[in-house]
Design a protein around this ligand. Structure first.
Ligand code: CTP
Length: 415
């Protein structure tokens, strides 16, 4: 599996201890270790004795290019690497798959093998991804231990429902690899947007002509999705108002699907009421067909003239209803006079920042050569960046902006 850039960015350079226990799902940990390594993480694998019955340690060693640890009493090749230091040097300890037996030991604080001993000595976040038969998962004992771990701040990646090794269907399958990686990425990201509500729009709106045709534009929506994913990783509550159909919704994001500019307009005005920032990355269609046919228009030989009428400008509507303190970032997609056009949009739409992009180069591309224009007149040309990197740059600015005392609040404290 190719690891998505937004996730790889967080995992790259991280030191992860992967604890593998003996389950039918043990083989899935090989793929997981491979994904982590491909993302640029350093992975130290600790296997329980039972896990070695399912998969050979050599498989993990070949993938991680590091020795695999099994035996608590083995003389360590390098004396500084022991169960204590392994857990203390790591950024994160992930147990996947975690059996009911290991979960019980972790909850009770037992330390009868290298993995449980390491977990007890570790100071980094512990993440547990259980995998077992449904009855074992639902058993009061297991649920009690899971609750204990959660109370202690352990992150549990709940097992999924589906086909189990016994042939039955039920809850107990190891969580999907993408979900595990996204959880790790979130835990490794700075939580500088925790407690914040960020509203993001994405995609080119679709303006219906008839039930099967629409007017739209070439926007892929990838900028908005990168922003939503990065913001959720950084701890924000994210509302993604999107007209995109082909992109997976990033985990943890609240999706509000829309089609037309008018639907997006209503959704945005609703969502900003309790938001800290609006990132308006959508390419909103400026016009829509004046009349929408209720039935599919049949083909004919004569020319077809489509009459278009203007759509509402969402950012101009936001300007009139902006809650105090809402930070607003807009985009300017320009083919010419990029800076002048962007500056006039920033002023007309009362934005804090506008991201000026040359089009059509930006639409559908992975890299963007953007210039940022700020309310105070500052202009910052950026180097070519991926949409994920640009998303994080913009969120850095959101964090900085939201940390500043609000003008209203300042006045209040002076009176
Ligand atoms: N925008 C909006 N509502 C519209 C059109 C655009 O809120 N009806 C927002 C976009 O999401 C973007 C910013 O306004 O953040 C600028 O969009 P852009 O298409 O570059 O500019 P327009 O205002 O549409 O002007 P023009 O098409 O003349 O360049």
């Amino acid at each position: 599996m190719r690891v998505a850039e937004a996730i790889a960015m967080r995992l790259s350079g991280a030191h992860i201890v992967l604890g593998v226990t003996g389950s039918i799902a043990t083989y899935k940990a090989v793929g997981l270790a491979s994904a982590l390594v491909q993302a640029g993480a350093t992975v130290d694998v600790i296997m329980t004795e039972a896990a070695t019955r399912m998969v050979q340690p050599l498989s993990f060693q070949a993938i991680t290019h590091r020795p695999v640890h099994v035996d608590m009493f083995a003389p360590w090749a390098e004396t500084e690497i022991g169960h204590v230091t392994l857990g203390q040097q790591a950024d994160l300890l992930l147990v996947a798959p975690a059996t009911a037996n290991t979960i019980a030991k972790l909850a009770l604080g037992l330390a009868d093998n290298l993995l449980t001993t390491t977990a007890l000595a570790a100071r980094c976040p512990l993440v547990v991804a259980p995998a077992m038969e449904t009855a074992m998962w639902h058993h009061q004992a297991t649920q009690g231990h899971v609750a204990t771990l959660m109370r202690r701040g352990v992150t549990i990646i709940e097992p999924e429902a589906g086909h189990l090794a016994s042939g039955a269907r039920g809850v107990g399958r190891l969580a999907d690899e993408g979900r595990i990686l996204a959880t790790l990425a979130r835990l490794l990201a700075p939580q500088d947007l925790a407690g914040r509500h960020i509203v993001v729009t994405a995609g080119g709106t679709r303006e219906a002509i008839d039930p099967v045709r629409f007017v739209s534009n070439a926007s892929s929506g990838r900028m908005g999705y990168a922003l939503a994913e990065a913001a959720v990783q950084r701890g924000a509550r994210v509302t993604l108002i999107s007209s995109v159909t082909g992109l997976p919704t990033p985990l943890g994001v609240d999706l509000v699907p829309v089609e037309s500019a008018r639907e997006m307009h209503d959704a945005v005005l609703q969502a900003i009421r309790a938001a800290d920032a609006l990132l308006m990355a959508a390419a909103v269609a400026d016009y829509r067909p004046a009349d929408v046919a209720s039935q599919k228009r049949k083909k004919g030989n004569e020319a077809w003239t489509l009459r278009l009428v203007p759509n509402p400008d969402i950012l101009e509507a936001v300007k009139g209803e902006k809650p105090s303190g809402l930070m607003v970032i807009g985009w300017a997609a320009e083919t010419h006079d990029i800076i002048e056009n962007a500056r006039s949009k920033l002023e007309r739409k009362d934005l804090d920042i506008i991201v000026a992009n040359p089009v059509p180069q930006t639409f559908g591309s992975d890299r963007v050569q953007a210039t940022l224009l700020f309310r105070d007149g500052t202009i910052v040309p950026l180097e070519p960046l991926s949409k994920v990197a640009l998303a994080n740059r913009l969120l850095d600015l959101v964090v900085e902006h939201l940390r500043r005392p609000r003008r209203g609040a300042e006045n209040q404290s002076q009176t």
